[in-house]
Ligand binder design. Structure first.
Ligand code: UDP
Length: 340
């Protein structure tokens, strides 16, 4: 029988791609989502890709009764991948309690249920935001944790601490995956980064400009201390990120963990500036992107890219998609939205 893995926030951007990869690797994802950030149609889209029905439960993780009912219904889970979280940096500054409450209470409720039902394995969706402006590049997992000033970043740091301290009691094992900048979409173009209103992230903004939904891309800051003055990030294909969860789960299920709480960077190790990304998109698609350099966006980190050696060595995982793959798939997804 397929191993059942709870996927919280499984209709979100990374959750939905991971659900597909889980099925393709013989797992049975039990997808939960409160539908606050993702439409239910993502479930249909996942089913279209995998060619069969998937298990979905609408669950509010902050509601302990709903969580208990879920674990009573699925007592035979082998583990959980915890994606569900609010993730808008700006909104978190305006509504810190909304972020602290949702992101922390959901994590605590999950851990309490897992401990009660003796389900050991947790993979956590963390972020390179915990490094803030790193002192050293590429940034490795032992770098100081000092998130750029935002309640969102703090919730990732605090969730890692909650998970680490719970793992230290022996109740669970945890692998925390610190994602750099996930972009792109499933090769089918059927799932990708769905959003309401103007995009917050660079690549969806580029693709919406390319398709004519936005008149131009605003580049936030051209006077950073980088070769072309724009910020540098480590962009990674969302399917590579999704795959890394399979490697993390297998490490846990095969009893290979060396500590009860392990942390891995998920990036390609390559840094690209905003201007390089615009140029790369133009080359990959042949479409010109009008852009204008405007003021810096408060809270942006100047440059961050990953030291990926630990994930390569311990998980046996390595990003395999190129920047062109990432940008072409993002563009395919944008075009598919247009033709619905
Ligand atoms: N960015 C930009 N214009 C946009 C969106 C993003 O210039 O419309 C820049 C942003 O300042 C940062 C980079 O693109 O330097 C990546 O931003 P994103 O929000 O995608 O990810 P972050 O690293 O901030 O989580």
């Amino acid at each position: 029988m397929s191993k059942k893995i709870l996927v919280t926030g499984g209709l979100g951007y990374i959750g939905s791609h991971t659900a597909v990869q889980l099925i393709e690797h013989g797992f049975e994802p039990i997808i939960i989502d409160n539908l606050s950030e993702s439409p239910i149609e993502v479930k249909d889209r996942i089913e279209k890709i995998v060619g069969r029905p998937v298990v979905f439960e609408k669950v509010e993780m902050c509601n302990k009764d709903e969580m208990n009912a879920l674990f009573t219904k699925y007592p035979d889970l082998e583990g959980a991948i915890h994606f569900a979280a609010f993730l808008l940096v700006n909104e978190s500054v305006e509504k810190p309690l909304k972020y602290y409450y949702n992101n922390l209470v959901s994590t605590i409720n999950l851990l309490e249920c897992m401990a009660a039902y003796k389900i050991r394995n947790v993979v956590f969706s963390s972020s390179c935001t915990v490094y803030g402006n790193p002192d050293k590049l590429p940034v490795s997992e032992d770098a100081p944790v000092k998130p750029a000033e935002s309640p969102y970043g703090n919730t990732k740091k605090m969730s890692e601490e909650i998970l680490r301290d719970t793992a230290a009691t022996g109740a669970v094992d945890v692998i925390s995956l610190r994602y750099f900048n996930p972009i792109g979409a499933h090769e089918s173009g059927i799932i990708g980064e769905f959003q309401d209103g103007p995009p917050h992230h660079l690549v969806p903004y580029i693709t919406e400009t390319a398709i004519g939904k936005r008149p131009e891309l605003k580049i936030f800051g051209g006077d950073y201390n980088t070769p072309d003055g724009t910020c540098i990030r480590d962009y990674i294909h969302v399917v590579d990120i999704a795959d890394a969860h399979i490697y993390a789960l297998n490490r846990m299920l095969q009893g290979k963990m060396e500590k009860s709480f392990e942390v891995y960077n998920l990036g390609t190790g390559e840094g690209y500036s905003v201007l390089q990304m615009v140029k790369a998109f133009e080359e990959a698609t042949g479409i010109a992107i009008p852009y204008r350099i405007v003021d810096r966006r408060p809270g942006d980190v100047e440059a961050v890219y990953a030291d990926t050696r630990l994930a390569n060595e311990k998980l046996g995982w390595k990003a395999k998609y190129s920047l062109v793959d990432m940008l072409r798939s993002a563009w395919k997804f944008e075009q598919s939205l247009m033709h619905q």
